[in-house]
Write a protein that binds this ligand. Structure first.
Ligand code: ADP
Ligand code: MG
Length: 231
């Protein structure tokens, strides 16, 4: 089967641009949020409207911050965290979608998994996209197998395997380039952002697939370093 290591260089131009735009959007958002709070005090009879506005502004801010991490991986906070709860929380989010599509998710984790030095939110974003891709690959139902084990060198390997149609040889070479999608409502940004995040964690994200034989995404994360250093 075809195997590729998804590299993030492919996105550097678009990543820089996105981060630049994101930066410009942040300041006006701060002003908007401030005036929303001011207005809500002035119109106490309509608190709901302002609550919605504030929530939506928060949402845009979150997305914008995510984009900023594309060009500046050090922008986010790295902490030492357990992998299992991160994986479980993502699976919980996707469970309803999986049930609706008749997709079963199995999880097999070696215990204990070592702690990883990571940005929890970013790792969640990676697992969310990769597992979502696996579910979306099987609209008629199937099995997604998630496993994690520890290598001899201490690094952790997480595999997400599906029984979908796989990825053609032609497409797999383009995977990770921005806007490469075969989905009607796809963005083609998920794997690009995911590979970028994993590289910022000094790990690797590889895809191995063959048309007709499903897909395996393998993510490795390095062993936790004892001395502290900037990510
Ligand atoms: P999106 O999901 O928005 O299309 P992604 O970057 O997550 O963007 O994925 C890009 C493309 O890679 C998908 O549109 C799909 O064609 C292909 N792909 C990714 N994961 C899988 C998978 N598990 N099985 C089959 N195709 C996949
Ligand atoms: Mg996706």
């Amino acid at each position: 089967s075809e195997e590729v290591l998804v590299r993030s260089e492919k996105l550097s131009a678009i990543g820089q641009l996105a981060a630049g735009v994101a930066h410009e959007i942040r300041n006006p958002l701060t002003a908007l949020k401030g005036f929303t709070q001011l207005l809500s005090a002035k119109y106490p009879e309509r608190p709901h409207y302002f609550e919605i506005m504030a929530n939506e502004i928060d949402r845009i801010t979150l997305i914008v911050n995510e984009f900023m991490t594309l060009a500046k991986p050090h922008y986010t906070q790295f902490t030492t965290a357990q992998l299992e709860p991160i994986l479980r929380s993502v699976i919980a989010i996707l469970e309803t979608q999986a049930i609706l599509l008749n997709v079963e998710i199995t999880v097999s984790l070696e215990r204990p998994l070592p702690q990883v030095h990571c940005s929890e939110n970013q790792l969640k974003q990676v697992f969310l996209n990769v597992i979502k891709n696996a579910i979306e690959a099987m609209p008629g139902g199937g099995l997604v197998e998630i496993s994690a084990c520890v290598h001899k060198d201490g690094s952790v390997r997480i595999r997400i395997k599906d029984g979908g149609p796989g990825i053609s040889q032609e497409l797999i070479k383009k995977i990770g380039e921005p806007f490469v999608t075969t989905k009607e409502k796809g963005t083609g940004l998920g794997l690009m952002i995911s590979s970028r995040i994993i590289e910022a964690h000094r790990g690797t994200l590889g895809i191995s697939s063959k048309a007709g034989e499903g897909t395996v995404v393998e993510i490795t994360l390095p062993v936790q370093e004892q001395r502290s250093r900037r990510p």
